[in-house]
Write a protein that binds this ligand. Structure first.
Ligand code: PAF
Length: 283
C-alpha cells in the first residue's frame, strides 16, 4: 500500500492507473477505522481494480463546540488494517493541503442539508459536501463507497453527484452492528461501559419500530411515540430527534406505505450518536 500525503502526487499516481484502463474505488474516511469502514473497503476491493482510502478529519464539518480536537485518531493502526486488507493507496492529506491559505469555496445542497442532523449541526453537511467533492476531484473514482449509518450524508451526496453531473457512482452499504445491536461508530470509543449499555436502547427502538409495522401499525406518530417512550426510559440517554422520513427528500411522512427511513440522534452522556433503519411494509 502506498501512503500519499500530497494532492499532486496522488493525482499523478492515479492518472497512471487510469491510463491502463483500470477502475478506481474510493472510500473516504476520517480514520479510527472499524468493521463498518472495512466493509466498504472490501466492497471496493471486490468491485474495482484499484482501491483508494482517504483519512482526513475534516475541520469544515465540525461546529465550533463539537469534538474536532478530541476526535479519535490512530493512523498507525489504521494503516496496518488497510495494508492487511490489500488497499492500494492511502491518501492522508493535512489540513493545509485541503484548505490552503485563502480557501473560500463551499458546496451547499439546499433543503436536504437543513433536515434531521442539519437542525442541530448547521454547516455540517456544507463541510462534508465540500471535502467529498474536493476528494472526488482529486481521486476521480469510478465508484465511491459510503455507509448507511450516515443515511442523510448518503442522500445528500447522491443529490450532489446528480446535480453537478459528477462521473462517480455512489454505493451505500448496510450498517455494521455489534452482536448486541450497537451500530459501529468511531465515537463509540468515547462511551463508558455504562453508557455503552444504555446506548443499546437506540437500536432496540428501531427494531421495535419495524416490529410495530409488522403487526400492522402504519401511523408514524404512533411509531415515533413508542420509540421515544423506550428511549426516555434510559436515564443516560437524551433524544435529539426521532423522525420517520421519505428516503429521497427526507420529508416527514405521516403514514407508512412501502419504505421509509427511521432516523434518530441522541446524546449518551456527552456522546452524540446517530442510528437509523429502513422501515419496510411487506407485500
Ligand atoms: O462519513 C465520514 O466519515 C465523513 O463525513 C466523510 C465522508 C469522510 C467526509 O469527511
Amino acid at each position: 500500500m502506498k501512503i500519499v500525503t500530497k494532492i499532486i502526487d496522488v493525482k499523478k499516481e492515479l492518472k497512471e492507473v487510469r491510463s491502463h484502463g483500470k477502475t478506481i474505488g474510493f472510500v473516504p474516511t476520517m480514520g479510527y477505522l472499524h468493521e463498518g469502514h472495512l466493509s466498504l473497503v472490501r466492497e471496493s476491493l471486490q468491485n474495482t481494480d484499484v482501491t483508494v482510502v482517504s483519512i482526513f478529519i475534516n475541520p469544515a464539518q465540525f461546529g465550533p463546540k463539537e469534538d474536532f480536537k478530541e476526535y479519535p485518531r490512530d493512523l498507525e493502526r489504521d494503516s496496518e488494517l488497510l495494508e492487511r486488507e490489500g488497499v492500494d493507496y492511502l491518501f492522508v492529506p493535512d489540513k493545509n493541503e485541503i484548505y490552503p491559505e485563502g480557501y473560500e469555496t463551499y458546496i451547499e445542497v439546499l433543503n436536504l442539508q437543513d433536515k434531521l442532523c442539519g437542525c442541530s449541526r448547521p454547516g455540517h453537511f456544507r463541510g462534508v459536501n465540500t471535502v467529498v467533492l474536493k476528494l472526488f476531484n482529486i481521486i476521480y473514482p469510478d465508484i465511491s463507497f459510503f455507509g448507511q449509518k450516515d443515511a442523510q450524508q448518503a442522500v445528500i451526496l447522491k443529490r450532489m453527484v446528480q446535480d453537478l453531473d459528477l462521473d462517480v457512482r455512489i454505493e451505500v452499504l448496510p450498517i455494521i452492528r455489534e452482536k448486541d445491536g450497537l451500530a459501529l461508530s468511531s465515537r463509540n470509543a468515547y462511551l463508558s461501559q455504562e453508557e455503552r449499555k444504555a446506548a443499546l436502547v437506540l437500536s432496540k427502538s428501531l427494531k421495535e419500530a419495524q416490529s410495530m409495522i409488522e403487526k400492522g401499525e402504519r401511523d408514524s406518530v404512533e411509531i415515533v411515540n413508542r420509540m421515544r417512550e423506550m428511549i426516555n426510559s434510559e436515564p443516560l440517554v437524551k433524544i435529539e430527534y426521532i423522525e420517520i422520513v421519505d428516503m429521497v427528500k427526507l420529508n416527514p411522512i405521516a403514514r407508512m406505505e412501502k419504505e421509509a427511513l427511521a432516523a434518530l440522534a441522541a446524546y449518551i452522556g456527552k456522546v452524540r450518536l446517530i442510528d437509523n433503519t429502513i422501515l419496510r411494509v411487506e407485500g
